[in-house]
Design a protein around this ligand. Sequence first.
Ligand code: 5AD
Ligand code: FES
Length: 357
Amino acid sequence: MTDAEILHYITTSDKAETEYLYARAREVREREYGLDVYFRGLIEFTSYCNNNCFYCGIRRDNAGARRYRLSEAQILDCCRTGDALGFRTFVLQGGEDPYYTDDTMAGIIRAIRAEFPGHAITLSIGEKSRESYERFYEAGADRYLLRHETANEAHYRAMHPAEMRLSNRKTCLYTLKEIGFQTGAGFMVGTPFQTPECLLEDLRFLQALEPHMAGIGPFIPASNTPFAGRPAGGEELTLKMVALTRLLLPRVLLPATTALGTLSPAGREKALLAGANVVMPNLSPPGVRTFYSLYDNKICTGDEAAECLRCMSLRIKATGFRPSMVRGDSRITFPPQTYPGGSGIALSRKLHKKAWQ
Ligand code: 5AD
Ligand code: FES
């Protein structure tokens, strides 16, 4: 697609055109991944953060944010709960919290890897050095999520304090890919100062990076942050960005995000119908969930993991898709080749060795 075509879809409010976009995205998703929707168990293990992004509810300067940390034992308990429910991917997400040193993280990763040799371990803990990323990979992590947030320099500057750099974030993403992580980038839709051209740049950046995953969700204002009074991103624009991403990166893994479900009751279902094929229910202990509030009124904060799984499965089936509890590895760099008990979706030789030896 040309820049002009993409910008046209980003800006159109023509119903027939957006429906056409969603339908094409759905077609591509079905060709690449069938009707399966992959589950990831999200463990939000620390709400402390050293960063001060203007949009985020757990930013350092938010004195109103409740803070908590999970111990290694608590994290392992979340994994056990998830495993018993059938989850084969754990996502460890947290703020950039120096309490968890590389040693601590490597220890946690090794403990999970020892108990769950065949499960995927995903990290989402921000910008680190190449050495740190390598240590996490060696310890047994196989995937890493780091949204780029916006690919436009001026827009990035308008959403982040001076000490943060878009160039560093992009370098981190390329480094993660080089090391061998299945890597996820992504961005928010409808953040303050975002223009259609910014969104075009986000898509072009994704095409250049070729990530295995892309997280795309609406901006939702968070209390006590510089962007608290700003309007939330639009549902339709978010769906269009999901669909365009599916068309431009056919094999990418695309979550129907919790933020979209928060913005609109059927938001996640609509995302599935616009090309998304992943959901990430919460495995964090219900007692701490409300404290991981990146934005206001987040859904699924009061529900037990089992309840969330049941609810999500019903929603997926009701939308015409098939809940799948396999690891759901990316098809991007891995040629088709099956592994014992697997999904038919291949692992790279390195991951294969790590997972099954
Ligand atoms: N609204 C929506 N998403 C947000 N995130 C952070 N703050 C907000 C907000 N106010 C997203 C960022 C981050 C991810 C974990 O959550 O994109 O990468
Ligand atoms: Fe979490 Fe419905 S998906 S309660």
